[in-house]
Design a protein. Structure first.
Ligand SMILES: NC(=O)c1ccc[n+]([C@@H]2O[C@H](COP(=O)([O-])OP(=O)(O)OC[C@H]3O[C@@H](n4cnc5c(N)ncnc54)[C@H](OP(=O)(O)O)[C@@H]3O)[C@@H](O)[C@H]2O)c1
Length: 338
């Protein structure tokens, strides 16, 4: 396992982060603990969860495991923003919900500090100053070591960074966006912003919930049984079969299988390594429902796709671009002439 800096901070994290969203949902507590042990054994030190994953159960499972470990050996990231109760104020990025949320997360995680506390998404109803000053207070209190965001648009993130900077508050250290071979719009604004501001980038759903895992191939007419994608269809989640059963997806999967065959890696390993090849990416957040999947995904670290293989995947997954992201606009930006 290789290690990278968490953005501009001095914190060293493994280049694969282990996501705990399946804990207590697809994976039992015992299986989740075995997977966490295996991840550490492989050199991983970075774990991502959220209060809302199975309504606190994922954090509890991580907390029970953490109880048996040396706290300083692991970097624990969690999130706040989504509803944790029926109450009017049990949601959002208000001072009230963040203060309630951090205390509940600390309790469930069995720890007295969170390494990376991320806001899970923008809250249009709360002034950003209220959110950012509260996050700053959490760092000053020592409850939180670093702060980050997830699912912000670029203007929202830039506004948050500048507001904190102007006020002398703690500035965001990381961005957790969706980013994978089936979701490359992240490259338009968010990745250049992250590079410019020195933010760590932690892509979520690096296999788009299973679409890039190797179990989907052209010619299928329904998702395999008992998979996330099958469940997504029933629940109306974004990674559902009907959202992705299109020629553009099958074209990406053709290229993924082709490259995987050339180099004798699994499609999942190739899709994860493609993310690692991007200079803005710090650590994709891998997901697994069992040990076999985890072990396979850990095999994405320790080697590199060639530039030609990256180009082949880029070409197959290329999104149509128009102004202000097209080539003419790019040239204009570079030359400084109109
Ligand atoms: N910030 C956010 O809004 C947000 C949103 C989503 C996720 N996340 C974070 O990102 C982490 C990863 O997200 P994700 O679970 O969606 O990741 P993902 O890697 O895109 O999908 C994981 C799923 O793909 C399948 N899979 C994974 N590896 C496989 C393998 N080697 N072989 C076969 N199938 C495999 C499994 O589902 P099946 O076995 O059911 O097919 C697994 O549950 C989460 O744990 C969470 O920490 C954050």
């Amino acid at each position: 396992m290789k290690y990278r800096m968490l953005g501009r901070t001095g914190l060293k994290v493994s280049e694969l982060c282990f996501g705990a969203m399946t804990f207590g949902r697809e994976a039992s507590e015992a299986d989740s603990h075995h997977m966490l042990d295996q991840f550490i054994e492989a050199g991983g030190n970075f774990i991502d969860t959220a209060d809302v994953y199975t309504q606190g159960v994922s954090e509890e499972i991580v907390g029970h495991w953490l109880n048996k470990k040396r706290r300083s050996d692991v970097v624990i990231a969690t999130k706040v923003r989504f509803a944790m109760g029926e109450g009017l104020n049990d949601v959002g990025l208000t001072r009230k919900h963040i203060m309630d949320g951090v205390q509940a997360s600390l309790h469930r995680l069995n720890t007295d500090y969170i390494d990376l506390y991320q806001v899970h998404a923008w809250d249009p109803q709360t002034p950003i100053e209220e959110t950012l000053s509260t996050l700053n207070d959490l760092v000053r209190k020592g409850w939180v070591r670093y702060i980050g965001v997830s699912n912000f648009r670029a203007w929202q993130l830039q506004k948050a960074i500048y507001t904190s900077r102007m006020q002398g508050w703690e500035v965001m250290a990381s961005l957790q966006p969706q980013y994978n071979l089936l979701c490359r719009a992240t490259e338009f604004e968010l990745l250049p912003l992250a590079e410019h501001e020195g933010l760590a980038v932690l892509p979520w759903s690096p296999l788009r919930g299973g679409w890039l895992s190797g179990k989907f191939q052209r010619g299928m007419n329904q998702p395999p049984a008992n998979t996330r994608i099958e469940e997504a269809e029933k629940q109306g989640w974004g990674e559902s079969w009907s959202q992705y059963n299109h020629e553009s997806t099958w074209k990406v999967l053709d290229a993924l299988f082709e490259v995987a065959k050339q180099i004798e890696k699994s499609p999942a390993q190739v899709a994860l390594n493609w993310l690692l090849s991007h200079k803005a990416v710090t650590a994709p957040i891998i997901g697994a429902r069992n040990m076999e999947q985890l072990e396979s995904n850990l095999g994405a670290s320790g080697w590199s796709l060639t530039p030609n293989q990256v180009a082949q995947l880029n070409e197959a997954s290329h999104l149509p671009v128009s102004y202000p992201y097209d080539e003419a606009s790019e040239q204009q930006q570079q030359s400084g002439r109109v």
